[in-house]
Design a binder for this molecule. Structure first.
Ligand code: NDP
Length: 260
């Protein structure tokens, strides 16, 4: 199947690591030009160098919570290619805390991250996406939106709100821009690397620790997912091959959800 992405332009937020980096690579392999952003300029440059072997990449340091920086990213993309056909809102991370140990400041920070990492970029790129004729937004969201976990209480609530927001936007932007999401389970990435480094049982190797996580979480496919397994779903949802899909989500979780 030809996804129809060749010659088009994508912006991937959080493109220096994990799911965002894998997505940038898949989109380049599909023939897109890809702009990536993240906050850490050094890690971003390393990603740019790696991705440059696959195609035409623009890398720009940008905190998606900083409106002026997002405007700068938009201007850089306009100068570079003058178009944007796909926006992948991926930047972010989860917060481990129960209701008892989440402060008001934590709530405010988490809600701001989850909502404004969508709002700021969509505000900025909507005019270019609308001009594309085949514009699409794909948000990387978590299964927690539908299946909350007590130890990630504010991330779960924020994720659910974001799914609601995306549904509204799918209606508001139709028929010009499709808006969809990929809801992920546990995916091996920078986040899990950090959790592995902070593990209690130091005797476990990375493989043993990941296998224990998969077993404890009862993931039916028996392992965590790989970033490229999410990236392929993002590429499809963001492509003209998904031209009649909007306001929808694909679950990439190895079967982790328990709802129907
Ligand atoms: P990584 O930590 O590997 O990658 C996160 C990326 O986002 C990095 O490039 C990071 O770079 C960037 N980033 C974080 N905050 C910002 C910001 N404010 N502005 C711009 N860039 C930012 O994690 P994942 O690949 O796992 O995460 C991708 C998305 O998937 C996240 O939204 C995450 O919450 C979500 N997710 C992941 C799950 C998993 O199991 N891996 C589960 C559920 C959801 P830098 O720090 O330099 O800014």
């Amino acid at each position: 199947m030809d996804l129809g992405l060749r010659g088009k332009v994508a912006v991937v937020t959080g493109g220096s690591s994990g799911i965002g980096l894998a997505t940038a690579r898949v989109l380049l392999e599909e023939g897109m030009a890809v702009a990536i952003c993240a906050r850490d300029a050094q890690r971003l440059e390393q990603a740019r160098q790696m991705l440059a072997t696959y195609g035409d990449v623009l890398a720009r340091p940008c905190d998606v919570l900083d409106k002026a920086a997002v405007t700068g990213l938009l201007e850089a993309v306009q100068d570079w290619r003058g178009q944007c056909d796909l926006l992948v809102n991926n930047a972010g991370q989860g917060r481990m805390s129960t209701f008892a140990d989440t402060t008001d400041a934590d709530w405010a920070e988490e809600l701001r991250l989850k909502f404004f990492s969508q709002i700021n970029t969509i505000h900025a790129f909507a005019p270019l996406l609308a001009r594309s004729g085949q514009g699409a937004v794909v948000a990387v969201n978590s299964l927690l939106a539908y299946q909350p976990e007590a130890q990630m209480v504010c991330t779960s609530a924020a994720r659910a709100g974001v799914q609601n927001l995306l549904k509204s936007l799918a209606g508001e932007f139709a028929p010009d821009i499709r808006v969809n999401s990929v809801v992920v389970g546990l995916i091996e990435s920078g986040q899990w690397e950090r959790r592995f480094e902070a593990r209690d049982d130091r005797s476990l190797t990375r493989e043993q620790w990941l296998a224990t996580v998969a077993r404890n979480r009862n993931i039916p496919l028996g392992r965590l997912g790989l970033p490229q397994e999410v990236a392929r779903a993002i590429a499809f949802m963001g492509s003209p091959a998904a031209s009649f899909i909007t306001g929808a989500q694909i679950e990439v979780s190895g079967g982790l959800s328990r709802y129907v």
